[in-house]
Ligand binder design. Sequence first.
Ligand code: GDP
Length: 512
Amino acid sequence: MFVWQNFVNKVCKSEICNFAKAKLCPRSHECSGMVISMKIDTIAAIATAISDAGIGIIRVSGEEAVSIVQKIYQNKEKKNVLDQYASHTIHYGFIMEEDGTVLDEVMVSVMKAPYSYTMEDTVEINCHGGALMMKKILMAVIHAGARMAEPGEFTKRAFLNGRIDLSKAEAVMDIIHAKNEFALKTSVKQLRGSVYDKVKELRDQILYEIAFIESALDDPEHISLEGYEEKLSNQVFSIMEELEKLLVSADDGRILKEGIRTVIVGRPNVGKSSLLNLLMGQERAIVTDIAGTTRDALEETIRFGDITLHITDTAGIRDTEDVVEKIGVERAKKISEDADLILYVIDSSEVLDKNDEAILKLIEGKKTIILLNKSDLSEVTNQKAIEDLYQKVFDYDGQFLTDKADSVSLLRISAKEKEGLDALRAQIEDYFFHGKIMSENELYITNVRHKEAILEAVESMRRVRQSLENHMPEDFYSIDLMGAYASLGKILGEEVGEDLVNKIFSEFCMGK
Ligand code: GDP
């Protein structure tokens, strides 16, 4: 209770200080806040895809948006009266050429500041969707005084004008690029503030502790730090737990958003390409019964139920003198190293050989599903044969398939008879999503930049814990708490430099 009272009085004078903005600055400190210069001229761009379509939209934003479009827009009474229309209304009319001829029949909407996407006056011209027409109208708007927007500049303005934080701005881009249901759903949630809310909650907790320490140091007569170490230690533990949870979600999130990097390995002729074809539901890889037909790696992105797999069918792994094939084999090894999941295909109608020994070494430590293919033929290689080979290769005296069940499993399939796919999908879901694809209330971090910021925050919190263990002076705690606070602030865009902001928005598409 007393904490807030105490330090609201000591507001930092700096205009760019985040603490000052929140009227919570504990003391006048060296500020690392951000100042970003923003051009405030009026910008315009085509906001829809530049292809032949029913409707296209040209978006104009800035102080002069209305007056610029007014110069080229006439209503059906042939009047240039756009500035007389109320905000959030849409109007039928025409875009006129300089010589007075009609360029297109349009609907024009007016959104006055601050109730628009950018928080600036915004006009959107709904014209006919041909690429040529949209370009002509954009040129007319530019001619009338607007500047061509840079990629992402509308969203950048929404960010710099304070309507959205950086995590929401990035979510906008993710919605546009979403390739599956999960990516779309999480991006929409992030735009609605899921990441923002969590990060803000953690930052508020950290800020409270900083405030308490600073207040106690400034006013030791009234605020005692007696017994505080234990309280802070509990708080640090709980914050770190939350941060670790977010990091785990970042791994799941990447896999759900981008897909599982999957590699199909196995000796030549065991049915790898047949499996890939089956997963894809079409003939893509060349299937032959001559060993070594798949010479290089084939890459495909496939939807497997709710899961996206980025799947690579490698050249069959075996000792080979064929140079071309040898390059493929080397690549297979390299790709397997980076994979999230390995599908190791074995021809169950044949005996295992020394190439399988090499493959067992390759998959060691990786999430693997061993597929005993050709289950329609009589079985020569079974689970026991694989166990025996593993024991021989690794001099292992346990049951490898049982002992490592959380990362290696075995399924019988027949690529030819299309049998075993449901079990394969269930196994993948079990490995990566603990049996369920996505829980509605779970928060996923899907942005690498956010993950890095969280890692930094964890590092700072670890240092706080260390200082606590070593009973360092309280100043030490507050310095690293400040560090964690600042790192998390990067996610919201509060502690990032102009270069990074520019880079993030330059990755947006035109007109967004
Ligand atoms: P890869 O070299 O590992 O890619 O093997 P392919 O997919 O080219 O298959 C090699 C041969 O095995 C082809 O003649 C396939 O038709 C055959 N084959 C693949 N899967 C099965 C299966 O489940 N049962 C049977 N009987 N033959 C299969």
